[in-house]
Design a binder for this molecule. Structure first.
Ligand code: S3P
Length: 169
């Protein structure tokens, strides 16, 4: 049985997943689940605080559990926005591909660095965000390529990105 029905956004930090997903859900009039926001609501603390208190492994475990819940086949079609590290577990990639149409958002490294510098609360970018972004982009090279579509967000407005996604939907 083909259960592919959700619209899932993946991509590196700072590629606009949350902003685009929120707008998409409004335009499509379907629900939206943001895994990072859901995580913070559930844990009653920020991801940054969670990393400091419990560590990354624990975060990844809980993040994967939330992904499973968000993608349940019984749910009506939903826009699901993910954290940049959701692809680190290959089982997550398989589940996303089975449960929905996956859109990878990308941006140039310099644009990613510009955007993430505006939000200093990402635990993996502590220290020197520029160096960390470059390191992580290298480590994650190819990990988002399982997506059905790739959308470059550099120098484009949110509306343009949303329209492009909808042409494939
Ligand atoms: C992470 C990305 C973050 C958040 C956490 C870890 C990552 O989400 O899930 O800080 O490993 O790339 P965004 O991609 O929304 O910044």
């Amino acid at each position: 049985m083909n259960t592919k029905k959700h619209l899932i956004l993946v991509g590196f930090m700072g590629t606009g997943k949350t902003t685009v997903g929120k707008k998409l859900s409004k335009q499509m009039e379907i629900p939206w689940v943001d895994l990072d926001q859901w995580f913070e609501e559930q844990q009653k603390m920020t991801i940054d605080e969670y990393f400091t208190t419990y560590g990354e492994d624990s975060f990844r475990q809980k993040e994967s559990q939330l992904l499973c819940k968000a993608l349940e086949p019984s749910h009506s079609p939903t826009v699901v926005t993910t954290g940049g590290g959701i692809v680190l577990r290959s089982i997550n990639q398989t589940q996303m591909k089975e449960a929905g149409w996956v859109y990878q958002l990308t941006a140039s490294p310099s644009e990613i660095i510009r955007r993430v510098k505006q939000d200093p609360h990402r635990p993996l970018l502590k220290g020197n965000p520029e160096t960390r972004v470059k390191q992580l982009l290298k480590e994650r090279e190819g990990m988002y390529d399982f997506a059905d579509w790739m959308i470059d967000t550099t120098d484009r407005t949110i509306d343009e990105i949303v329209q492009e996604i909808l042409t494939h939907w």
